[in-house]
Unconditional design. Structure first.
Length: 95
């Protein structure tokens, strides 16, 4: 997959409003990526799904860096580790 095959990140999660119970993911220019709908009892699951979708570009970048490092590329391990941890925090909704 090349970067031209998906909307470039970062992707941002826009929280649901009380009327629609929807969350949307858009890129920094406002381009629509995805909508996640949830029922009242599934709000936490819907939010977690939306966070994971919004983190996709960050996760891909972190995995590509980790792959390069594990394949023997001359890289700063601390930089790669920081990217991986940051992407995981975003995917978990901790950032």
């Amino acid at each position: 997959m090349t970067q031209d095959q998906y909307t470039p990140g970062p992707w941002v999660l826009f929280r649901a409003n009380k009327c629609t119970e929807q969350e949307t993911v858009r890129n920094k220019k406002g381009v629509f990526i995805a909508r996640v709908e949830s029922s009242t009892e599934d709000d936490l699951v819907g939010n977690a799904n939306a966070q994971l979708i919004a983190a996709a570009p960050d996760l891909l970048e972190a995995l590509e860096l980790a792959d390069a490092l594990l394949s023997g590329a001359n890289m700063n391990k601390n930089v790669v580790e920081k990217k991986v941890k940051s992407a995981l925090k975003k995917a978990r909704g901790e950032s």
